[in-house]
Design a protein. Sequence first.
Length: 305
Amino acid sequence: MSAVTQTTPAAAEAAPEREWRPPSYWPFVVPALVVVLAVIVFPWLFTIWMSLNQWKVGSPTTFVGLANYVRLPNDPRFVEAVGHTILYTALSVLLPLMFGTFAAVVFHAKFPGRGFLRGVFIMPMMATPVAIALVWTMMFHPQLGVLNYLLSLVGLPPQLWVFHPGTVIPALVLVETWQWTPLVMLIVLGGLAAIPTEPYESAQIDGAGVWQMFRYITLPLITPTLFFNVIIYMIGALQVFDSIIALTNGGPGDASRSLVMYIVETAFQQFQMGYASAIAITLFIIIMILTLLQFRLGQRWVHYE
């Protein structure tokens, strides 16, 4: 035993040091790393740098520190755009979530023609934003639109829809709800399909009704799916641009101008790249804060077991 312990250090000293060699998977990792640095990291670093400068296209840059950020609360168009974006986000997340969950529960039940009706229901999400904008623009027309005609059938007065500041945001949310409720339904259907049948069988034996089973079994078990919908729809709604630019172009006046629209106008119409970068960074911070807040609140109502 002592001989072994005496020869071990000598053998360790005699062993040559292992030469370091790069891992064999580096050739596959490096291209992806270069793409990430070029497409994600560098643009963000450059945007942060631009937000600290006063830079108008065609003029030299001037370092101004946090002056662009200090200017934001005193910019009425920025404050108004934040309000429009938050209101649009709240409505366009809540309504598709409610209607999509209801549709998922309905289509999860077995009845004749269920597959065909599912296919019809998901058709709106397949249309392109431009086609949707053209169709809904005609439907929103105050004199010739079909929506006001339907209102007249039930004795309601006609509405100006996207042509009035008071109704333009709800009208845009109506389009968003019509288009993306089917996607919420498909995601929730996946959550419903993963629920085992044993809890429902036990509840039926105990005499539970349909509403009680939904309230105490279905709803808690699909909360992770609902939480996923809330996060992705909230992030997408905060960055809304295409549907608003196609339907209202931010009008009437500035009544539907979102933050992303204001960034585009500031950068590519007023050519104030530094100030537009500060707005973009602020939007990113707003998204991060609201997302973290949702994760914090989700700990109270999301059930993973």
